[in-house]
Write a protein that binds this ligand. Structure first.
Ligand SMILES: N[C@@H](CCC(=O)N[C@@H](CS)C(=O)NCC(=O)O)C(=O)O
Length: 241
């Protein structure tokens, strides 16, 4: 019997990194898709139980408590699950986490901005809630959700600066793969954080995204410049996901 539930956003790299670690360690759980803004009161209640002021997903409710942070979920999976450890407790993994989270804030800024500029992608986001024909009518509500998320996460940085931050992490990633500080063919916490971040450059082909979601998550120029990183990421997914 499954006693744990993971609340998440399927397209979010934060959720994906937690799911990957739980799946890698064969920790059983039910998955519940969070609805931004509308699901905020429920999420806040659960986050309070995890001792967190800001309610975010992924959030993991298990038999003995609530964990409201993706990296802590990875750590939990590493401690409680079976299979090879990812080493999430290491200083190297923490250092990667800090770098990657800065870049993911930049990804969020870019994605939310592109979403507001792309009515078709906005409509695709509301189709989960309403019949396809009603999606254009829901557009103002969906745009409100996007603005809610922008405010909640302070995603107001200049989009060019955000692009530069994503590029800086890609350069660091390339260098780390070249000098061996990031493993090429073995899954560890650093690799998992880096590989899931790359969804903000170009999502993996196997992720279940609509065409519009894929559009707003893709950085075409960076995807060309860092095709080598995407090939590495795809290999890691093929071998370990
Ligand atoms: N430090 C947190 C950050 C998680 C985070 O930023 N989650 C965003 C995903 S884009 C979220 O919850 N968005 C939906 C919402 O705020 O309602 C973690 O690693 O779990």
């Amino acid at each position: 019997m499954t006693t744990a539930t993971l609340y998440g956003l399927a397209y979010s790299p934060f959720t994906e990194r937690a799911r990957w670690a739980l799946d890698h360690h064969r920790v059983p759980y039910d998955y519940h898709e969070h609805l931004p803004m509308l699901g905020e009161p429920l999420l806040r209640r659960k986050a309070r139980a995890a001792g967190r002021e800001k309610a975010t997903v992924p959030l993991f409710v298990h038999a003995h408590g609530v964990i409201g942070d993706s990296f802590e979920i990875i750590n939990y999976a590493d401690q409680e699950g079976s299979g090879r450890k990812l080493g999430a407790g290491s200083a190297e993994a923490r250092a990667w986490l800090e770098r990657v989270n800065v870049a993911l804030d930049a990804v969020r800024t870019r994605v939310l901005q592109r979403l507001l500029d792309d009515p078709a992608a906005l409509d695709e986001h509301s189709m989960g809630l309403s019949p396809k024909a009603l999606a254009p009518l829901m557009r103002p509500l969906t745009a409100r959700v996007v603005r809610f998320l922008t405010k909640k996460h302070g995603a107001t940085m200049d989009t060019e600066h955000a692009r530069q931050q994503i590029r800086d992490l890609c350069l660091h990633l390339r260098e780390s793969l070249a000098n061996g500080s990031l493993q090429r063919e073995r899954l560890d916490a650093q690799g998992l954080l880096a590989a899931t971040f790359l969804a903000g450059v170009k999502p993996v082909a196997t992720s279940r995204l609509t065409a519009g979601q894929r559009r707003v998550w893709t950085e075409p120029v960076l995807a060309d410049e860092f095709a080598d990183l995407l090939t590495w990421r795809d290999g890691l997914y093929a071998a370990f996901r």
